[in-house]
Structure formats: structure tokens, C-alpha cells
Design a protein around this ligand. Structure first.
Ligand SMILES: *Cc1c(COP(=O)(O)O)cnc(C)c1O
Ligand SMILES: [Zn+2]
Length: 401
């Protein structure tokens, strides 16, 4: 057994603390309502965190391993994280930076979480890892499993796009199609993991996924020489990413590595706006009614977000806001980002930029970061259907040779 970073787990619902090996994925009392926070010894780790980071050669998510729940001798296989931070604009209307997480092994920020899931599963002796998902999380898990020689089983709703299932199968994952939607796939995955002793990566049960995703905040801070931006715009579906972005910045602040936490700006599609409504109502993470999701931005199409406690905390504790944008605004943002700085985002990811544009203006000395969570290459069909290309570029022209 190798040494693993020490940490505690605390339930966000009932606030009970557990030792790291005392519980599985979530709070045993609160079950699926009881997402756990992974808490480290910030005072001890903080004393040398920046120096530890500076000593690492590779610019990837593992350079922050003193604040990750992995064994000290863990060896990464694929280059994950370490994505570029570009300047989209810097003038008297402020500075807008784009964090390009399309540049990951499968083209999305989900690679950070899946890489950590596989690291956890293998350090705990599992040989099979499973997840319920329709899209980016499953592709990421299939890829990371393949690279690490682990067996991967995906539970996908039978309505999932064929292209995405093909990508998972190309990586060698077993894909089990489940009649129904994400909820049915989630239950099937949960049962199968219990019965077969597989590791379960599903969002909504596995509390550790925030740990992989928070590394994007560490990178942003390091790329800005440990100065934090004023605002970070993040797309919100289940709320895991937005919660993790906040946690990363908050941990840096707690350790004294930075002097404040940026305002976290959560952006939802107007047809999938549970968090926005709950935040406006001010009555906690269950303070809205779930409604069927209606948006073409698949990655943020969620009726009832599973990480709503963490998502609401991110906005409330950082003094940020939730914003909603229409699908038309989202697809306009896809082309604006591609043309503005050469980053081609999928709709769910471009929502962050749509939110930034809609929210308003920055002061001249303010910096905003737009988190681009996934590539547009996986859903060209969705972009064509949106009509935004015909509008912007004009009719198709065929020139005779
Ligand atoms: C999953 C995903 C999101 C939403 O993240 P949540 O953690 O579900 O809020 C946004 N963009 C992309 C590209 C994603 O894959
Ligand atoms: Zn609990």
C-alpha cells in the first residue's frame, strides 16, 4: 500500500464527518442527498503548495496532486488538463480570458474527473469501472479506462446519440443501453456496481468527481501568477463543474495562496434553469420545482441537477449569480467564440460565453474567465440544425470547376 494524501469527508446535507476509508461514495445516512466534501489539512499542505506545484515538470492536472485523493506514486497515462488560457479581449471594456478545456483527451473537461475516477478505482484494487451517462462523461471514462487497462461499462439511455455510443465502443467500453432516460440508466448502473463489485463513477453518487474538476481553477490561478480573476463564467447542468470551480478557488484562498475567491457566475439554458430558479427563490437547493428540460445544448440539459447543493453554495458563497441564456444566444456564442479566438465549443460549453455577453460589462480593470468545457467537433449535427451558420455565412455556394 502506498501513501495517500490524508483527507476527511463531510456530508453537505447533515454535516457529519467521516474518515476517508469509513464510507463509500456518499453519506451513508443521507444517501443520494448526501454529497460529500473532501477536506484536506489546508494549513499543512498550504505551507508548501505553491512550491510543490512549481517543482513539477508537467503542466497537467496532476501537478496539484498534494490536494488530490490519490497515492503519492500514482503515474498518469494521458495528458489531462494543462489547457491554455487565451485572451479574447483586453481593452477599456475589461479583460476576457478563455480557458480552453476542449484540449483534453476526449475534448471535454469531464476528462479531469474520469482520469481521477480511474486513478481512485485502480488504487483501491477495482478492475472494472462503470458510469451512467449519455455523453462526455462516458466518452471520458471509456478513454481513461482504455489507457489504464481497466474494464469499462457504460449505462446509456437508449435515446443516446449513436455517434457518442460509437466513440465509447471505439475505446473498447461495453455499452449497455437502458430503456428510458438518465435516471433509469443511473439506477441500472448503481445496481450493477453493487452486484458485481464495480467502481461507480456516476455523477450524483460519486462525491470525488469535484476533486478532478477543481484542478481547472488551480490552473487558472497559476496561469495568472496566483492572481485570481474577478469573475468566472461556468456552464451549469448537474452543477458538478460549477461547484468544483468554486471549491478549487476556495481551497487556494484557504491556504493563503491567493487573496480572494472570484465571483462564480453559473450559466444555464433558459429551458433547463432549475438552479437559476432555486437561487432566485432563496429557499435552498430544493427551492424550485423540476421541469422537463428543453434545450438543444445537450450537456446542460438537466431537469433536476444532482449536484445542486454544491452548485448553490458556489454562487452564494462567492457573491456570484446564476444567469440564463436562450438557445439562440448559445448558438450565437458558438460562432462568436470560434471567430473571436479560434476556440470551437459545443453548445453546452458556449453557454458560458453567452452568459458573459448577456450579463453586462466589466470595468476597465476587471478580468473575467470564460470556461469552455467541451469541443464543438462532437456535435456538428446540432450546430447545423441550429441554423446559425446559414444566418451568419449566407447561402451555400457551389462554384463550378
Ligand atoms: C457535463 C458538461 C457540462 C455541465 O457540467 P455539470 O457538472 O453537469 O454542471 C457543461 N459543458 C460540457 C461540455 C459538459 O460535458
Ligand atoms: Zn449526511
Amino acid at each position: 500500500m502506498s501513501m495517500e494524501t490524508g483527507y476527511l469527508l463531510r456530508c453537505l446535507h447533515c454535516h457529519t464527518s467521516y474518515a476517508k476509508n469509513e464510507v463509500g461514495y456518499c453519506c451513508p445516512t443521507c444517501e443520494l442527498d448526501g454529497a460529500l466534501d473532501v477536506l484536506y489539512d489546508y494549513e499543512r499542505i498550504g505551507a508548501s503548495f505553491r512550491a510543490d506545484v512549481a517543482r513539477r515538470d508537467a503542466f497537467d492536472m496532476w501537478r496539484y496532486r498534494s490536494l488530490l485523493p490519490i497515492p503519492a506514486d500514482f503515474r498518469p497515462v494521458l495528458h489531462t488538463g494543462g489547457s491554455p488560457l487565451y485572451t479574447l479581449r483586453h481593452d477599456e471594456r475589461g479583460r476576457i480570458l478563455v480557458k480552453d478545456d476542449t484540449r483534453n483527451p476526449t475534448g471535454s473537461l469531464k476528462d479531469r474527473a474520469s482520469a481521477l475516477a480511474v486513478a481512485l478505482a485502480s488504487s483501491r484494487g477495482y478492475d472494472t469501472i462503470a458510469t451512467a451517462s449519455t455523453g462526455n462523461a462516458a466518452a471520458a471514462l471509456a478513454c481513461m479506462s482504455a489507457a489504464s487497462g481497466m474494464r469499462c461499462v457504460i449505462f446509456a439511455p437508449d435515446s443516446a446519440p449513436r455517434e457518442k455510443l460509437a466513440q465509447m465502443r471505439a475505446y473498447g467500453a461495453s455499452v449497455i443501453e437502458v430503456a428510458g432516460g438518465y435516471d433509469e440508466a443511473f439506477v441500472a448502473c448503481y445496481e450493477a456496481c453493487k452486484e458485481n463489485g464495480w467502481y461507480n463513477r456516476s455523477t450524483g453518487i460519486n462525491s470525488y468527481m469535484s476533486e478532478g474538476k477543481k484542478t481547472v481553477s488551480f490552473e487558472i490561478a497559476e496561469q495568472l501568477h496566483w492572481q485570481v480573476p474577478d469573475r468566472v463564467f461556468v456552464p451549469v447542468g448537474n452543477g458538478c463543474i460549477v461547484g468544483a470551480v468554486y471549491k478549487g478557488f476556495h481551497e487556494l484562498y484557504q491556504m493563503g495562496c491567493t487573496d480572494r475567491v472570484p465571483r462564480i457566475m453559473g450559466v444555464q439554458a433558459s429551458g433547463s434553469d432549475f438552479m437559476y430558479r432555486a437561487w432566485r427563490a432563496g429557499t435552498g437547493p430544493n427551492g424550485a420545482t423540476a421541469q422537463p428540460a428543453r434545450t438543444s445544448a445537450g450537456s446542460i440539459s438537466v431537469a433536476l441537477p444532482r449536484d445542486r447543493i454544491k452548485a448553490l453554495r458556489a454562487i452564494e458563497h462567492s457573491g456570484g449569480e446564476f444567469i440564463t441564456v436562450t438557445d439562440a444566444e448559445i448558438f450565437d456564442a458558438v460562432t462568436a467564440l470560434a471567430r473571436g479566438c479560434g476556440v470551437f465549443a459545443e453548445a453546452g460549453a458556449a453557454a458560458a460565453y453567452a452568459g458573459m455577453q448577456k450579463w453586462g460589462s466589466l470595468a476597465a480593470d476587471e478580468t473575467a474567465v470564460v470556461l469552455v468545457t467541451g469541443t464543438g467537433l462532437k456535435d456538428i449535427a446540432g450546430l447545423l440544425r441550429s441554423g446559425v451558420l446559414a444566418e451568419a455565412v449566407g447561402e451555400r455556394q457551389v462554384v463550378a470547376a
